[in-house]
Design a protein around this ligand. Structure first.
Ligand code: ATP
Length: 491
């Protein structure tokens, strides 16, 4: 039996494919695991979220500028960042199915199964024990835990496990044309996070844009992780996009800035029109090697509360290490007066607060929130619709222009509205099928407004404006359509 949560996620996945949001990558070759392609409406939605984040970061906050760094970086970057040594996950293989699992995921899904069966207490006990062992990297203890709880491989159903080992999550490739002898020298990585492109450009940006601390650098770009257990649709992909901002502050002020960004970022999530109770903070107890404080903003997906964004106080770890590995100074000269000494603060390596959000995960969040199945049965007549209740600012298509009939000069009148609107926001023109079917298709991709052009339009130049959520209709002058829609789709 499929749980309700899984059913909802599966319905969403099918809807995304059928209505042109997201397709499995390379589908004609049976797909490539954990790789997805965005279709016509998914790519519009993703771009709208991208633009909203970018505009918030680089416009609302006057002291943040953007960059667009390369995916390929000098290999030493990843030594300095700690990714070569630390970007590992403990993995375990089942000897019968030969399948490899991330230990934390294996234990989490077993705990979720226990919860579903009503054994809440046992599930929490298991998670507590696992967290303590993971914090100590106690692999022997973790393997014992897996065996004691008889956690089996979902494929083979056996508890026949190898020892736990660490695997690096970075993808590597060869740079330039190489002979096998010097392959190792030419090894480069596909970046596993966008943050390092910001750190290595810290001084270039600070000097060229004349930035004064505190200031931030924002970036949106692809990142790659060879996730071993990549499941749950676009929640965990091997190729994905991050929207990251590194905020450089005076050492000693990081705590205040960390709290500031924690709050600002949660407000941004609320601004997407998602109810507050669908979010929560998860404060980290086990900190990454670079952090002195960290939390996640979690959203309640159909499969439970999960991370969408991380906020990390990264100390001066990255800049200090880049200084050490590159032998280039990463210092900032702060000419402001320190009230305690009466002298300028002088030279220091700034501390960093990072806000790091997955663009694809945000797309999934927005899709999950919007997806609504509605029963519209009226007396004996059965009817239903799927409507994507996107906020108008995020909706892939803002306005559908629909002539009631494909004759009598109605298409020409509708075309005039298209021409008036199409350069201002994404419009969609359609004349095929009954108007009811066309409305349903627009509901399914989340178009907030439809205007219908009928015979009355030819007489008095009015149209019906139909609202997606209420399905109510107003009669308005055709000349007002552009302004009404334009106003409604602003964030
Ligand atoms: P997780 O614990 O889910 O693996 P993480 O803590 O490793 O995530 P970060 O390194 O903090 O994630 O990355 C910041 C953000 O990037 C995450 O909050 C998430 O939204 C996104 N992200 C990370 N890995 C993936 C992935 N494989 N697919 C899609 N988005 C991802």
């Amino acid at each position: 039996m499929m749980s309700n949560e899984n059913k909802r996620l599966n319905d969403i996945i099918s809807h995304c494919k059928e209505y042109g949001f997201i397709f499995p990558g390379s589908e004609i070759y049976d797909g490539l695991q954990a790789v997805y392609d965005y279709g016509p409406w998914g790519s519009e939605l993703k771009k709208n979220i991208h633009d909203l984040w970018w505009n918030t970061m680089t416009r609302r906050y006057e002291n943040i500028v953007g960059i667009d760094a390369a995916i390929l970086m000098h290999p030493t970057t990843w030594k300095a960042s700690g990714h070569v040594d630390n970007f590992n996950d403990p993995m375990i293989d089942n000897k019968d199915s030969k399948k490899r699992y991330r230990v934390d995921h294996l234990i989490e899904s077993h705990a979720a199964g226990l919860k579903e069966k009503g054994n809440e207490k046992e599930a929490l006990e298991l998670l507590d024990k696992a967290e303590a062992l993971l914090a100590k990297d106690d692999f022997t203890g973790l393997k014992k835990l897996i065996e004691n709880y008889r956690i089996v491989c979902p494929l083979s159903g056996t508890c026949n496990w190898t020892d736990i080992r660490q695997f690096n999550l970075m993808f590597s490739t060869q740079f330039g044309s190489t002979s096998s002898a010097d392959e190792a020298d030419n090894l480069v990585y596909l970046r596993p996070e966008t943050a390092q492109g910001i750190f290595v450009n810290f001084l270039n940006v600070q000097k060229s844009a004349r930035m004064k601390i505190p200031f931030g650098i924002a970036q949106v770009g692809k990142a790659f992780r060879n996730e071993i257990v990549a499941r749950q649709f676009i929640f965990r992909m091997r190729e994905f996009e991050q929207m990251e901002m590194q905020f450089f502050v005076r050492p000693g002020t990081q705590k205040e800035w960390y709290e500031f960004w924690k709050e600002e970022r949660l407000k941004w999530h609320y601004s997407l029109g998602i109810p507050k109770e669908k979010f929560r903070y998860h404060n980290h107890t086990k900190l990454a090697h670079y952090a002195d404080a960290a939390c996640d903003i979690e959203y309640e997906f159909p499969m439970g509360f999960k991370e969408v964004e991380g906020i990390h106080s990264r100390t001066d770890f990255d800049l200090r290490n880049h200084q050490e590995y590159s032998k280039k100074k990463m210092q900032y000269f702060d000419s402001e007066t320190d009230p305690s000494s009466g002298k300028p603060y002088g030279n220091y390596i700034p501390y960093v607060i990072e806000t790091s959000i997955g663009l694809d995960r945000t797309v999934l969040m927005v899709i999950c929130e919007a997806y609504t199945e509605e029963d519209l049965s009226d007396g004996g007549k059965k009817d239903s619709r799927v409507v994507m209740r996107f906020s108008p600012a995020l909706a892939p298509v803002k306005l559908a222009v629909l002539p009631l009939l494909k004759k009598d000069g109605l298409p020409e009148a509708a075309r005039k509205i298209m021409d008036d609107c199409k350069n201002h926001f994404r419009c969609f023109y359609e004349e095929k099928d009954t108007i009811g079917k066309r409305y349903r298709r627009m509901d399914a991709i989340g178009t907030p407004f439809c205007v219908t052009v009928d015979h009355q339009t030819l007489q008095d130049d009015t149209v019906t404006l139909r609202y997606r959520d209420t399905m109510l209709q107003d009669r308005i002058p055709a000349a007002q359509v552009k302004d009404i829609v334009w106003k409604a789709v602003q964030h």
